[in-house]
Design a binder for this molecule. Structure first.
Ligand SMILES: [Zn+2]
Length: 187
């Protein structure tokens, strides 16, 4: 739970710390605005992926299910700056499939908290494995990190790619290649 009073106090201190005047017109409401913003951006801490993934449908042999280009916005825990991009998810249902929007909701649960991209990718894969019990899961995240493009090495447009592979995808290279083909092609 975000403690808004503490966040407001901290933002006021931060403004003072960087040599600003927290009482000047443009900044007066900033601590309150930032506190409200963090409540929204970190809402995933309070949410549970299991809830979203609990509603399943029966499907006999649907083959590989792929949901690609799911947009996400997260915050890196090292610099508290945004990183954002797209996530692609594939899984091999064993009788149970989940609504497309539920995969996007699952992404939000793990994106809306202080994160590192590798952990977020793994958490999404594990949540799908643990609740849907599919034959396998593959998750790929492509993201731009503001802490790399605004500062430091300053490489605008450079992307960080992370992957989590579970179950049948781990041993089967053909499955992995099909995943890559499907996310690179139109469908
Ligand atoms: Zn960072």
């Amino acid at each position: 739970m975000v403690n808004k009073d503490k966040v407001k106090e901290a933002v006021r201190l931060l403004l003072e710390g960087i040599g600003e005047d927290p009482e000047r017109d443009g900044l007066k409401e900033t601590p309150e605005r930032v506190a409200r913003m963090y409540e929204e951006l970190l809402a995933g801490m309070e949410a549970s992926a299991g809830e979203h993934l609990a509603k399943t449908f029966e499907a006999s042999d649907p083959g590989m299910v792929i949901e690609k280009d799911i947009p996400f916005y997260s915050i890196c825990e090292h610099h508290m700056l945004p990183f954002y991009g797209k996530i692609h998810i594939a899984y091999l249902p064993e009788g149970k499939v989940v609504g497309i929007s539920k995969l996007a909701r699952t992404v939000e649960v793990f994106a809306r908290r202080l994160q590192i991209q590798e952990r977020m990718t793994a958490q999404i894969a594990d949540a799908i494995m643990d609740t849907l019990h599919p034959g396998g899961v593959m998750v790929m995240a492509e993201a731009e990190h503001m802490c790399m493009t605004m500062r430091g090495i300053k490489k605008p447009g450079s992307r960080t790619v992370t992957m989590a592979v579970r179950g049948a995808f781990e041993e089967d290279e053909r499955l992995q290649n099909r995943f890559f083909q499907m996310i690179r092609q139109g469908i």
